[in-house]
Design a protein around this ligand. Structure first.
Ligand SMILES: [Zn+2]
Length: 458
């Protein structure tokens, strides 16, 4: 609603929010002159605040406005369901609970609510729908009831999670396939932006619908800034931020995205059948490796400088290291908001070898290699197995050995310059395996040193 107010009443706004982060994280979300501010602009603002060097100007005014009624009317006036739909909505005690259930009822849904009471202690589960463990209650409610679809929102309501009646988590990159086809039916040739975490299936789907696919860095501020520079019809992040420019203002809003999705699926007799027919792969959710402050960027910088992959790998370093093969991809990047390394893997078949994502110089003898950290990766979805006919979009580098790849030298002889994963430090079982504690173990890898080779993982 901050974004709505900043789009309809004025051009700037500020909100205190921790978004999807743990409850002891807090910060500001800012819009300045109609654009998201980030990076150097935020640092400049900090410097101004610390130096108290701002200049007050006379004039201006202040008034209090409750935008809920206008916001609701804007969405209800825009969305047209072809039929009523029964849904379960899990607000995770985040702020969406104050508005989303009523709006969803107003567009014609029959809503079963989970955790709509706004409570910053998040007593039921963390409000982050990108983590499968936060969707368990929603899945259970779908299983025990007769609702057709489940919606989940993050803590500040700008991200959307979708679960079908059969318990399938429709990740945002698959949601985007549906949204892109819908938007492109009215905006032929439009540009669709998505971040480096998204599926290899997304770009071909966009192009098949007549759109231009553009891969970009993760970070909703960055994607919104990209919008200001280049313009796009639709943008998204794998974390669940969806940015509609068509029929909307270009800001990310979980409630509005949910309504757009319901509008599309209401034209089909069964939402689950429509969603499950979207192109899919075998993939992990977003995997987080906990690090010390500052470590993730150092790890990624070294990987960008030293990692090498054999053809036909295509390396993309627009944000971390993403390596695409004809039948899958691996990604490692540094989170923008918390000290974690973010990894994701996708294969077009269950037989895809996760170990393919194994640069010769993974930090300290590949101890961060997914084959060690995630010996049995959770398979989230499975589907068709066709081979893509094109390579991914975005900035690409030539395959094969490149900058700084060191041959015949132990990759972990950097005297502990890089942190080592505490292998086996993963939380016990199942979905919780995605969290791995990155300890400060700094011993050289005996296997690598004794072999004298270039740091190969098993
Ligand atoms: Zn958020």
């Amino acid at each position: 609603m901050l974004y709505f107010a900043a789009s309809t009443l004025c051009a700037s706004g500020i909100q205190v929010t921790g978004s999807h982060n743990p409850k002891d994280y807090n910060g500001f979300k800012m819009v300045l002159g109609g654009r998201a501010i980030y990076g150097d602009d935020i640092q400049a603002l900090r410097a101004t605040m610390e130096a108290e060097s701002w200049v007050l100007q006379s004039g201006g005014s202040r008034r209090s406005v409750d935008v809920l009624a206008d916001y609701t009317a804007r969405i209800v006036g825009d969305i047209k369901l072809a039929r009523p739909i029964k849904i379960v909505v899990d607000c995770g005690n985040g702020i969406a609970g104050a508005s989303a259930p009523a709006i969803l009822r107003a567009i014609g849904c029959e809503v079963t609510e989970l955790f709509s009471e706004v409570d910053g202690n998040f007593p039921n589960h963390h409000p982050d729908p990108s983590k499968p463990e936060n969707l368990r209650d929603l899945m259970a409610a779908l299983k025990s009831g007769d609702a057709e679809l489940g919606l989940a929102f993050d803590g500040d309501g700008d991200r959307l999670g979708i679960v079908t009646r059969d318990g399938d988590n429709i990740y945002p990159d698959r949601q985007m396939m549906l949204f892109a086809r819908d938007v492109l039916s009215r905006v032929p040739g439009g540009t669709i932006v998505f971040d480096v975490k998204c599926s290899q299936r997304l770009a071909p789907t966009i192009e098949a619908a007549g759109g231009k696919a553009l891969m970009f860095k993760t970070g909703h501020s960055l994607i919104k800034a990209k919008d200001a520079r280049s313009g796009f019809a639709l943008g998204s992040e794998m974390s669940g931020h969806i940015f509609f420019k068509e029929r909307w203002y270009g800001f990310d809003d979980g409630t509005y995205a949910g309504c757009r999705l319901l509008e599309i699926v209401s034209r089909a007799p069964d939402a689950g059948v429509l969603l499950n027919a979207l192109p899919t792969s075998f993939s992990t959710p977003e995997l987080n490796v906990q690090c010390a402050e500052g470590e993730p960027h150092s790890v990624v910088t070294q990987l960008v400088a030293k990692a090498s992959f054999a053809a036909p790998a295509v390396i993309n370093t627009i944000d971390g290291v993403r390596v695409d093969w004809p039948d899958g991809f691996g990604l490692i990047r540094a989170s923008n908001t918390t000290p974690v390394l973010v990894l994701r893997f996708e294969g077009h078949t269950a037989a895809w070898r996760w170990s393919a994502f194994r640069p010769t110089c993974w930090p300290c003898c590949a101890r961060l290699s997914p084959t060690r950290i995630f010996p049995r990766p959770r398979i989230e979805s499975a589907g068709n197995t066709h081979t893509p006919t094109r390579r991914p979009t975005g900035s690409q580098r030539p395959p094969a050995r490149h900058r700084g790849a060191r041959q015949g030298r132990p990759a972990c002889s950097h005297e502990g310059a890089m942190p080592l994963a505490r292998v086996g430090g993963a939380k016990a079982q199942g979905a919780d395996r995605q969290t791995v504690v990155l300890g400060d173990v700094r011993t050289p890898c005996p296997r690598c040193t004794s072999a004298g080779g270039a740091g190969r993982a098993d």
